[in-house]
Design a protein around this ligand. Structure first.
Ligand SMILES: NC(=O)c1ccc[n+]([C@@H]2O[C@H](COP(=O)([O-])OP(=O)(O)OC[C@H]3O[C@@H](n4cnc5c(N)ncnc54)[C@H](O)[C@@H]3O)[C@@H](O)[C@H]2O)c1
Length: 360
């Protein structure tokens, strides 16, 4: 099928019903649907409701549990370690960031690590939770290896995403939400399916040589880090802050959260995730912080534009604009999302699809 038009509320109701049919609790289904659909409204369709079908397949085979609850297993004043117990990962990540925010409200900083958990979708969602409460938020996780390191060959590190969000006075929070690879794996797989070549700098072949031919991936070859050694260095930092420090599985020990991936180590995903909140008003007052961020935003917005460019964006602005539009006018789901949701509807026996085809 091709693209399709949907409205956020319609998509959310569909996602909740699909999760109910997999046995998830009502509150868990509602929160998870909210997170995934909000991600779609940002235009980040790679990590919105498209992810629900493969994630839900983990429940009937015991890699995730609909009954389990995350639990704090160790903590200090400014930090905590949470065991996800393989419960619904969006809910665990939400609880972890809530705890980080609570600690930051008390002592200025909060850092919560999570183990025994799985795919949380877009890191940016959790970072913006903190920014909505006057905190600078950071969220990140390690993932199963898909990325080469400079000078090497083969898959060594995950695409280890990292997001930050900053309260911005009267404006929506500034936020950057990125993988540490140059491009997402599914962009390469999409090009392969369409028989297209990919830009330079995205992929290396089995020998570790850069290639624009995606046909061998993911069976061989590996993603390249963003900005060469700089992305590699950040991916390593994410591995440390989310995985090494917490006791989660590292790199090649990390099973993919997608069941039945080739060469997957046995057992459920045991991702390490980290959620950090920093009280933005702890050094100056919250009002002074807001005023200074607004000044900085105005300063950046006033940058003279390059030829052919209409405006300057702060990180996150493109997503907030898309969300505003999606809430008012609905949104267009790309074909791979439509296919994933159609498959999910078939899996759980929902007849009415939450979108209307617009082509294909
Ligand atoms: N959970 C996981 O295992 C996992 C793994 C990898 C990626 N992800 C998610 O994938 C998503 C996409 O990652 P990506 O690396 O493809 O992101 P991307 O390269 O599309 O970059 C998106 C970020 O760049 C900012 N941006 C884009 N253009 C801009 C401009 N002109 N000016 C200012 N800012 C601009 C956006 O506001 C956004 O914050 C993220 O949500 C990430 O968390 C998740």
């Amino acid at each position: 099928m091709g693209s399709a038009k949907t409205f956020p509320q319609e998509l959310e109701l569909f996602a909740i019903e699909a999760m109910r049919r997999y046995g998830l609790r009502e509150d868990d289904a509602r929160l998870s649907a909210h997170i995934l659909v909000l991600t779609d409204t940002w235009g980040v369709h790679t990590h919105g409701t498209r992810q629900l079908r493969p994630l839900l397949k983990n429940f009937p085979i015991g890699r995730l549990s609909a009954e389990a609850n995350a639990e704090v297993v160790r903590e200090g004043g400014a930090w905590a370690l949470m065991d996800g117990h393989h419960s619904v990962p969006f809910v665990t990540a939400h609880r972890a960031m809530e705890l980080a925010i609570q600690k930051a409200k008390t002592v200025g900083l909060g850092y919560v690590g999570v183990i025994h958990t799985s795919h949380f979708g877009a890191a940016g969602y959790y970072a913006t939770m903190a920014a909505e409460q006057g905190m600078i938020g950071l969220a990140m996780c390690n993932a199963d290896p898909n990325m080469v390191v400079p000078g090497g060959r083969g898959k060594v590190l995950g695409t280890n995403p990292i997001a930050y969000a900053v309260p911005n006075g009267k404006n929506k929070p500034v936020f950057l939400d990125i993988a540490t690879s140059a491009a997402a794996a599914n962009k390469i797989i999409r090009a392969k399916l369409l028989g297209q070549s990919i830009p330079e700098g995205w992929l290396v072949d089995a020998e570790g040589k850069p290639t624009t031919d995606p046909s061998g991936f993911p069976e061989s070859g590996a993603l390249m880090p963003m900005a060469a050694h700089k992305g590699y260095g950040f991916a390593l930092l994410v591995e440390v802050l989310s995985g090494v420090i917490s006791g989660a599985a590292l790199t090649r020990e990390q099973p993919s959260w997608i069941p039945n991936m080739p060469n997957n180590p046995p057992g459920p995903a045991n991702q390490g995730q980290a959620f950090i909140a920093i009280d933005a008003g702890m050094m100056l007052s919250p009002e002074e912080f807001a005023g200074r961020m607004e000044w900085l935003s105005d300063y950046i917005h006033a940058t003279p534009t390059a030829a052919g460019t209409d405006r300057i964006y702060l990180p996150g602005e493109i997503e907030w604009d898309k969300r505003e539009k999606a809430l008012q006018e609905g949104m267009i789901l790309p074909p791979d999302v439509v296919d994933s949701l159609t498959g999910l509807a078939q899996d759980v026996g929902i007849d009415k699809l939450p979108f209307v085809a617009i082509d294909g």
